[in-house]
Design a protein around this ligand. Structure first.
Ligand code: HEM
Length: 506
């Protein structure tokens, strides 16, 4: 009996001490200090708060909860940075922890299992491609060599507008600008135009539109864990169809290029030609595969066409709504370029007001409204603990409207850029249309050339009457849904010739 009592007392001591020790360690172990978060619903988390337009919704939530917020999109943990100060912490101070991008099933499938550049994890393949992109594909020398392509396409576009002007017909600028930028990218990449609808080349434009649409759609299997292997929205079939068609088209173009390489035909090398040279170069530290090349081409189409076209469309819409700014821009162009020739890319450095208009457009209408990154390790940012594998959104749209950094932020006022050196290349964290740091947009220079030259030529050659009948005095500025910040209602206008651009552009 005495033995039993002894064991019982020992057991009680063990039980109490275990409990006390556990409680002690629980108290001393510091709890992670996570960013504030609104109330989340089971399964969907905060998905219901994202409507109608995610970057606007994030901004609204941050006005209540602060500049860094934590959300669950379904079961995916996310953090949103909505102020220039916090954007700087994520993209510069702690950049090393945020150099990856989150994966999504549509992009993964279309890029042959993430064999592309834009979504590649920050590692040896991405570094290899970045070096090639900056030194051979989108560098100043290659852009200069391919200037005739851009010049030619802008001339074709102005001629088309001129034909519409002659018969007083309205132009759907959304569609025509996308055709223009698609042609520029397609000819720079692989010396083919996209816009002949009837032939095989028109297929590429259709594919680019379908790819933008499907990758921009919300896919349940990316966010709701138990839907991971279910294809409730039927995306799988559409993705398979798109990739099969893209593959057939790109295979044909690659084979033609390979033939031309063998026979050493062609004096100006397009980007595909340069990529094939690199793939055949035995001295390269990484061997580019066929799938790497195809995925890269898809990346450039996806990243480089809608973005530049929609920026130009927003800029013209702002000018239509601000006739005084339009007049000032035309006066500058008439003075610097004159009326006897079409504005060229080489005129841009002498057109500071046109440059200010483009900057102001990118501030209010950044066509990459949110920078997407993924944390690769636990870290502490802006005083909060950010766990590894968190999706990070930097709300570029909100940065450009921050009243602590911009006077009357909602006003379209290019003059704000006249007296300062603010540029768009990722150094000023209240203005990040092309992102910042190592993963910043490598197409910035190309995009700026195309947007300035197109917008400049459009306002040099035409007056613009808004609406199908040309009878609107202003246009609405409502945003639509999409990853490249499209307008809710595409811009439709009648061009009225100011100069006769056809002989000018010959
Ligand atoms: C107005 C036009 C454009 C805008 C607003 C824009 C904006 C952006 C933004 C915000 C990013 C993310 C940057 C970051 O994470 O810090 C990005 C990435 C990228 N952009 Fe652009 N872009 C434009 C045009 C272009 C063009 C013309 C090309 C190529 C021809 C291009 C190719 C890319 C690529 C490949 C990436 C991924 C880079 C990487 O992950 O390392 N973009 N762009």
């Amino acid at each position: 009996m005495a033995d039993f009592q002894g064991y019982f007392i020992l057991f009680l001591i063990w039980l109490i001490s275990t409990f006390l020790i556990r409680s002690f360690f629980k108290c001393t172990r510091s709890k992670p200090h996570l960013p504030p978060s609104p109330f989340a619903l089971p399964i969907i988390g905060h998905l219901h708060l994202l409507a109608p337009i995610p970057h606007q919704a994030f901004h609204k939530i941050s006005l209540r909860y602060g500049p860094v917020i934590r959300l669950f999109l379904g079961s995916v943990p996310c953090v949103v940075a909505c102020s220039p100060e916090t954007a700087k912490e994520f993209l510069k101070t702690y950049e090393n922890s945020f150099l990856d991008r989150p994966q999504n099933s549509a992009v993964d499938y279309l890029t042959y299992g993430s064999k592309d550049f834009s979504f590649a994890p920050y590692g040896s393949y991405w570094k290899f491609m970045k070096k090639i992109v900056m030194s051979q594909l989108l560098n100043g020398t290659t852009l200069d060599l391919l200037l005739p392509v851009r010049h030619d396409e802008i001339n074709c576009f102005i001629k088309l507008l001129s034909q519409k002007a002659k018969v007083g017909k309205a132009v759907d600028l959304d569609g025509e600008l996308v055709k223009l930028t698609n042609n520029v990218i397609s000819r720079m990449l692989m010396s083919e135009r996209c816009s002949e609808d009837e032939n095989e080349a028109g297929e590429m434009r259709k594919l680019v539109t379908e790819i933008a649409e499907i990758t921009g759609k919300f896919n349940l299997s990316d966010y709701i864990w138990f839907c991971k292997n279910l294809d409730l929205q039927g995306f799988g079939k559409r993705l398979k169809d798109i990739r099969t068609r893209f593959d057939a088209l790109i295979e044909r173009i690659m084979k033609e290029h390979e033939e031309a390489r063998k026979q050493e035909i062609g004096d100006v090398k397009d980007l595909l030609y340069i990529l094939l040279d690199i793939a055949h170069d035995e001295s390269m530290e990484i061997k580019l595969t066929r799938e790497n090349i195809k995925a890269f081409i898809l990346d450039i189409f996806a990243a480089g066409t809608d973005t530049s076209a929609i920026t130009t469309e927003w800029a013209l819409a702002e000018l239509i709504n601000h006739p005084n700014i339009m007049i000032k821009a035309i006066e500058e162009i008439d003075q610097v370029v004159g009326k006897n020739r079409l504005l060229q890319e080489s005129d841009i450095p002498n057109l500071p007001y046109l440059q200010a208009i483009v900057k102001e457009t990118l501030r209010l209408h950044p066509t990459g409204p949110m920078i997407l990154r993924q944390s690769t390790e636990d870290c502490r940012v802006a005083g909060y603990d950010i766990p590894a594998n968190t999706t990070i959104f930097v709300n570029v749209w909100a940065l450009g409207r921050d009243p602590n950094h911009w006077e009357n932020p909602l006003e379209f006022k290019p003059e704000r850029f006249e007296k300062n050196q603010l540029d768009v290349r990722g150094q000023h964290f209240h203005m990040l249309p092309f992102g910042s740091g190592r993963r910043m947009c490598p197409g910035t220079s190309l995009a700026l050339h195309v947007v300035h030259a197109t917008l400049g030529a459009m306002i040099q050659c035409f007056e613009w009457k808004a609406g199908r009948d040309g009878n609107l005095t202003s246009v609405d500025m409502e945003e639509g849904l999409g990853i490249t910040l499209p307008r809710a209602n595409p811009l439709v206008c009648i061009p009225v010739a100011r100069l006769d651009p056809i002989p000018l552009s010959m």
